[in-house]
Design a protein around this ligand. Structure first.
Ligand SMILES: O=C1C[C@@H](C(=O)O)NC(=O)N1
Length: 346
């Protein structure tokens, strides 16, 4: 059992950093949690739909913490054109995020059908931008669809030839079926896994609003499939935290017509938490691949010589903070008040 681990430049390939007061509270937590690269989600209100908006948002994030490499994304919507994709690529924007309509936070402008976006996907394939899929559709009794990650996904998976070179990431997989669908695809298709979905199952979020997120955690066998693919060291499965801060009040209150906000907040403890969880299911030796190398390779963000930005973890028990607050913003982290076996020492 090692007492210290060094990970070169951990990278979080799916994170919500918000804006305004919440951004001021949570953006510094990317570094605090051990990460120097943040792949930033565009579901602000209003969503980030143009290159200009994404660059403006990036500048806001850099003003809060310039030490993080922010990879920006656009929100897939009818406003997005092939010309805008070319412009976005030239401006260094890395991907386009697709949210099925109504499925999670700020997804009212999300998509209902993929076909109308085929010209956009064609442009993305041509300039080599990544398509990020929120792989979840609202339940529909008519088609018996219910958390069917792979239904959405298989609509445009690599075996569907219009876009065989389009690089696709299925975000925050939560089921065995999703893991198997991604494994069956070729090298253009990858998958992110969150830290919290490695810990939670249905029993943990039903009635515990701070564990409620979209997609919700599923059954023990689904969680085991996520754990197993990490144990295997599969290079197309890597960490994307989906760390999603919401004010404590929004997490704590629901009404007869509105549930509480969906999102689990892991940024400030992300690397220690990931190490702790991987060790609990016998995958600590896969931490470097899962939290740094595999995602960087898929996104072509590999470290250059002399760029290793190592983070050192030491085996030391420490309790996670009960909450974080700053002027006008507060948030409860995942694992609040509980011990983690690893801490960042440098
Ligand atoms: O996909 C998402 C979005 C996120 C948010 O709060 O933005 N919260 C979630 O639980 N899932």
């Amino acid at each position: 059992m090692p007492d210290a681990i060094t990970i070169p430049a951990p990278a979080d390939f799916h994170v919500h950093l918000r804006h305004l007061k919440m951004a001021h509270l949570v953006v510094p937590h990317v570094r605090k949690g051990g990460f120097s690269l943040a792949y930033v989600m565009p579901n602000l209100n209003p969503p980030i739909t143009t290159t200009a908006m994404a660059l403006d948002y990036k500048a806001q994030l850099q003003a809060i913490d310039p030490s993080v490499d922010y990879l920006m994304t656009l929100y897939l919507s009818p406003d997005l054109t092939p010309d805008e994709i070319v412009k976005a690529k030239q401006a260094g924007i890395a991907g386009v995020k697709s949210y099925p309509r109504g499925v999670t936070t700020n997804s009212d402008g999300g998509i209902e059908s993929y076909e109308m976006y085929f010209p956009v996907f064609e442009a993305m394939q041509r300039v080599d931008m990544v398509l990020n899929l929120h792989g979840e559709i609202p339940s529909d009794p008519a088609t018996a669809s219910n958390f069917l990650h792979f239904v959405v996904f298989s609509d445009i998976g690599t075996e569907h030839l219009p876009f065989p070179r389009l690089r696709i990431v299925l975000e925050h997989a939560t089921t065995r079926a999703a893991v198997e669908a991604v494994k069956a695809c070729g090298p253009t298709v990858a998958c992110t896994i969150t830290a919290h979905h490695l810990a939670l199952t249905v029993d943990d979020w039903a009635g515990q609003s701070f564990h409620f997120c979209k997609p919700v955690a599923k059954y023990p066998d689904d969680r085991e499939a996520l754990r197993q693919v990490i144990r295997e060291g599969h290079p197309r499965f890597f960490l994307g935290s989906d760390s999603a801060p919401h004010p404590i009040e929004a997490k704590s209150t629901s009404t007869p017509t509105h549930g509480c906000a969906a999102g689990v907040y892991t940024s400030p403890v992300l690397l220690p938490l990931t190490a702790h969880l991987l060790e609990s299911f016998g995958a600590l030796d896969k931490l470097e691949g899962f939290a740094s190398t595999f995602g960087r390779r898929f996104y072509q963000r590999e470290l250059q010589a002399g760029q290793s930005q190592p983070v050192v973890l030491q085996r030391t028990k420490e309790l996670v903070a009960e909450k974080y607050e700053a002027e006008g913003a507060d948030v409860v982290p995942f694992w609040a008040g509980k011990p983690l076996d690893w801490q960042i020492v440098s």
